[in-house]
Design a protein around this ligand. Structure first.
Ligand code: HEC
Ligand code: HEC
Length: 377
């Protein structure tokens, strides 16, 4: 969309340069060139998003600085079922603040309770993602925010339909005017507002952060501390969770943002991949069944696990890794069972428990202002 505006401006400039424009440029171009679209530039009060312990500063795109007004509007839109065709589904239907903005169902259900094929993801801390979705098919939150609205299984609406509904609602007309200036409401403004709200959904300062970055040696239990050692242990290749779910010197997003096949999408009976994952985006022959490494922050709150919601508990996840993932032709070299047996068998159960305890120490603060606005349910 930015590109399109660039072209319009460029074309207008050519006219001026060629001396075609006899009347003043503004008077001439206003009615003819910009009636349908207008740039979505926030007009309100700029807001700085605080950085909690254990996380890097939230990346902000140059064309969408967060403001008090766009954040408040985005929050309202996120919880508003008006965004779906039949008024039954909002973003929060599948990203529920009562479940840390994840979906407790195995796969998400959209309008008419139509099941999707993938597990709802956590929107908290999604602002840090270099790509969005399990397969990373879009990069920015702004791009992402259009996807579910137009998806026939999720909200089944058209972006133009949402624009019309909002323009017919005097309360929204006023709120958009405060956030984006007067004039036509465009979906770009909807997407940008929701994205700015999502950038405030940041959760850090977990017991792990206080222990690891804050120097509070009492913040984690003995078991969780053992679990962390195990998690970091580079000599245990298979248990080297940190090679994919990263911890850096000054912060931890718990993902290296790459795509791996761990075997979750492999059906051993049919001998085939059940979801092509990243392959569908890149066509890379090594990537069938590969998915983006998800964050582990707040993981104890966001069951079920994996792209297809196939694992109910963290214990199940650990057993899966201890078995070396699920063997298949595309399995990542970094998932392997061969080093696990080096742990004396008498210590294996405790090691697994410690890893789970460590993951439970990744539950962070609830972001302020995360729930629906007071006058919305
Ligand atoms: C019907 C359920 C449903 C609805 C409604 C829904 N989502 Fe999602 N959301 C999902 C699922 C499922 C995924 C993962 C999909 C995939 O990877 O293909 C997802 C992924 C995401 C992600 C990516 C997170 C990440 O870590 O990559 C964001 C951000 C997001 N949704 C925001 C929204 C917003 C904003 C809305 C409202 C405009 C919305 N969702 C509506 C189910 C839903
Ligand atoms: C080779 C990279 C890699 C390694 C090593 C790895 N993971 Fe993962 N992890 C992934 C990917 C990719 C997924 C998503 C897979 C899917 O959904 O198909 C995932 C998913 C998970 C999930 C579920 C997250 C969610 O939101 O559903 C948990 C929990 C998890 N891993 C913990 C661990 C632990 C603990 C270790 C060490 C024992 C580990 N991982 C090692 C790449 C890795």
């Amino acid at each position: 969309m930015m590109k399109a505006w660039g072209i319009i401006v460029a074309v207008a400039c050519v006219f001026v340069a060629a001396g075609v424009a006899e009347v003043p440029f503004r008077a001439r171009s206003r009615p003819s060139l910009i009636p349908a679209q207008r740039p979505a530039v926030p007009v309100g009060q700029p807001v700085t998003i605080p950085t909690p312990l254990g996380l890097p500063p939230v990346p902000i795109p140059a064309d969408n600085p967060p403001t008090k007004e766009t954040i408040a509007l985005g929050r309202r839109l996120f919880f508003d079922k008006l965004l779906s065709k039949d008024g039954t589904v909002s973003c929060a239907s599948c990203h529920d603040p009562k479940h840390a903005f994840a979906d407790p169902r195995r796969v998400s259900l959209g309008v008419n309770d139509t099941p999707g094929t993938r597990q709802g993801m956590v929107v908290v801390n999604a602002a840090y993602n270099l790509t969005q979705f399990w397969d990373g098919r879009v990069t920015t939150l702004e791009e992402q925010a259009a996807g579910p609205v137009a998806n026939p299984v999720e909200m089944a609406h058209s972006l133009a339909g949402v624009e019309r509904k909002l323009m017919g609602n005097p309360k929204y007309v006023k709120l958009f005017e405060e956030a984006w200036g007067p004039g036509r409401i465009t979906y770009a403004m909807v997407a940008k507002s929701i994205s700015s709200y999502e950038r405030t959904l940041i959760s850090g300062n977990s017991p792990f952060d206080r222990y690891f970055y804050g120097g509070d040696k009492t913040a984690m239990s003995e078991s969780a501390i053992r679990g962390l050692k195990f998690y970091l242990n580079p000599s245990l290749k298979a248990a080297n969770c940190v090679s994919c779910h990263r911890i850096d010197k000054d912060f931890a997003t718990f993902t290296e943002e790459k795509f791996h096949n761990t075997g979750v999408a492999w059906d051993p009976e049919k001998n085939q991949v059940t979801d092509m994952g990243r392959f569908a985006v890149t066509g890379n022959p090594r990537q069938p069944g590969a998915f983006r490494v998800p964050t582990l922050r707040n993981i104890a709150l966001t069951a079920p696990y994996m792209h297809n919601g196939s694992m109910k508990t963290l214990e199940e996840v650990i057993d899966f890794y201890a078995a070396g993932g699920r063997p298949n032709p595309f399995l990542s070299n970094d998932v392997s069972a061969k080093d696990w047996p080096e742990i004396p068998s008498g210590e294996l159960d405790q090691a697994k428990k410690d890893l789970v305890e460590f993951m439970k120490a990744l539950t962070g603060d609830v972001p302020p202002g995360a729930g629906p606005p007071e006058d919305q349910e």
